[in-house]
Design a binder for this molecule. Structure first.
Ligand code: HEM
Length: 426
């Protein structure tokens, strides 16, 4: 006979962790595939607070667009501030240059309107169309340098130098300076994260000030010797130029273009090649019909957005999707999630280069801060894909590991090996 058994109590249910606890864009699994978490957020907690980052995350397309429209309550001023106060020895060096950084993407109207008008001239459709031949020539030259090798690192040999040289040409500085400009740009990133050992931060502060001096000297030189370049457009009225800008604004905006237009375009090219090599039938469709290229580039931008999201500072208590966000808080608009939102893009997790009206994606933002370089970036992306597919037969992933970037708000590759067939008589 069996003894009476008491029914077992059900196992304690582990409380489901909230999105705010789970969200950590620096974790390897969230770097590799963040999209299931984004989908859960859109379903269950479309706006949530992440204590680890002290950020309110907005994940649905419609809510992101609503926030972008409300520029008075959700300010871009100082949107990219450093996460910690600089150390005294770092601050001492920074004082030798400009103390604050005032660029287009970090400003609100009326300053934003005034500065944006200066940029409008440099990035309009006619100017970009005129650059197209130059972009193609640079891409061709870069590919020529490795076409007979049968293998390459896509990032360091094409995706990084192509937009780097384009920005140098646009600004009007020698291409040979790109290496130095990148090193200074990395100094700026080190200063913003403020986590590096003190001696590294000190060296970066020196680099940051040197970059300011470099651009100031370049802009001053354009006053006496104007050219057909962006730096000439930035020469302040006060020293005889045409721009309604102070010298600090002119310098900061020149510096910011490197941040805004370089890695982002590198990531677009890396993400595009990644998606196409995983789908040979799509790559073949593009080889057969180049008119599909423009839609394909926008679908890459939607599906794998190089800028995962962007910040706004909350100026007064606000409500988004019924969630109260206090004044003084900071929000992160998760563009990469809005771009997969089923309410806006049916079957949003499917990569489809023939999607209708994909250009309403949020990869370039929306509203007054919509990317000024969007046309240029699309042209660079289209040209790179066109030439890679046309020039390298049997293009495939190469040996070695493709390494994704670990940055908080960027999505792309640091290293991406590719291989292809080289005919014996090449
Ligand atoms: C695939 C490449 C690119 C991506 C994904 C991208 C993405 C973005 C995004 C998301 C914003 C809006 C930020 C916000 O919401 O506040 C933005 C703004 C901006 N981008 Fe781009 N960008 C790219 C290429 C470029 C290029 C090539 C340039 C110029 C050389 C550029 C220059 C700028 C500038 C100056 C702004 C500030 C606009 C404003 O605040 O009015 N970007 N970009």
């Amino acid at each position: 006979m069996q003894a009476d058994r008491k029914p077992m109590p059900p196992p304690p249910r582990s409380p489901r962790r909230s999105l705010g606890e789970l969200f950590d864009p620096r974790l390897p699994e969230q770097i590799e595939d963040p999209y299931p978490l984004y989908a859960r957020a859109r379903r269950e907690e479309p706006v949530f607070y992440c204590p680890r980052l002290d950020l309110w995350i907005v994940t649905r397309y419609a809510d992101i667009v609503a926030v972008l429209k409300d520029t008075a309550r959700f300010s871009s001023a100082n949107a990219l501030y450093a996460t910690a106060e600089p150390l005294p020895e770092v601050r001492a060096i920074l004082r030798e240059g400009y103390e604050s950084f005032t660029s287009l993407v970090q400003s609100d109207p009326p300053d934003h309107t005034r500065v944006r008008a200066v940029f409008g001239k440099a990035f309009g459709p006619q100017r970009v169309a005129a650059l197209e031949g130059q972009i193609r020539a640079i891409a061709r030259e870069l590919i020529d340098a490795f076409a007979r090798d049968g293998r390459a690192d896509l990032v360091s040999q094409l995706a990084l130098p192509l937009p780097g040289y384009v920005i140098c040409d646009l600004l009007g500085v020698p291409r040979a300076d790109m290496r130095q400009l990148r090193a200074w740009h990395e100094d700026k990133q080190i200063l913003m994260s403020a986590h590096a050992p003190v001696e590294v931060q000190v060296a970066s502060a020196r680099g940051y000030v040197a970059m300011q001096r470099y651009f100031q000297a370049q802009i001053e030189a354009r006053r006496d010797d104007p050219r057909e370049d962006l730096l000439t457009l930035l020469v302040p009225e006060a020293i005889g130029g045409s721009a309604p800008l102070g010298m600090q604004e002119a310098v900061c905006n020149a510096m910011d273009l490197l941040a805004a237009g370089h890695d982002t375009t590198t990531d677009l090219i890396g993400n595009a090649v990644d998606l196409l090599l995983a789908r040979p039938e799509v790559a073949q469709a593009l080889r057969d019909d180049r008119s599909l290229l423009a839609g394909a580039v926008d679908e890459v931008l939607r599906y794998e957005s190089p800028i995962r999201g962007f910040f706004r500072n909350v100026t007064a208590d606000a409500e988004v999707a019924g969630v109260r966000i206090p004044g003084g808080a900071r929000v992160f608009l998760l563009y990469a999630s809005g771009n997969r939102d089923e309410a806006e893009f049916p079957d949003g997790d499917r990569f489809d280069i023939r999607r209708g009206d994909v250009t309403r994606h949020l990869a370039f933002g929306k509203g007054i801060h919509f990317c000024v370089g969007s046309l240029l970036a699309r042209t660079e992306g289209r040209t790179a894909i066109d030439l890679l597919l046309g020039r390298l037969p049997g293009l495939r992933r190469g040996e070695g590991v493709a390494r994704r970037k670990g940055f908080f708000f960027q999505r792309g590759y640091d290293v991406f090996p590719i291989a292809w067939d080289v005919p014996p008589d090449a």
